[in-house]
Design a protein around this ligand. Structure first.
Ligand SMILES: [Zn+2]
Length: 79
């Protein structure tokens, strides 16, 4: 194994570990300190308008998109 590959492997293993720690932290966060951005698609020819909100948690970095129909409960919480 050459030196670049060794260093890359070393860093990649730690990156994976840190990403897993962030994922676990995000499951524990109540996501109360958030930025939201609303979106809408209201010009459909068949009147299938829909709405969504993109939520970014400023505490844990979680980013999620909640559709008004599919994720009704989360959508209402943040809109
Ligand atoms: Zn959060």
């Amino acid at each position: 194994m050459n030196e670049i590959k060794q260093v890359f492997t070393y860093l990649k293993e730690r990156e994976d570990w840190y990403k897993e720690q962030i994922r676990v932290l995000q499951t524990q966060c109540p996501h109360e300190n958030v930025e939201t951005k609303r979106g809408a698609n209201t010009d459909n020819w068949d009147y299938q308008d829909f709405y969504w909100v993109v939520v970014k948690c400023l505490d844990c970095g979680m980013v999620a998109r909640y559709d008004s129909k599919e994720h009704r409960e989360q959508y209402r919480k943040y809109c």
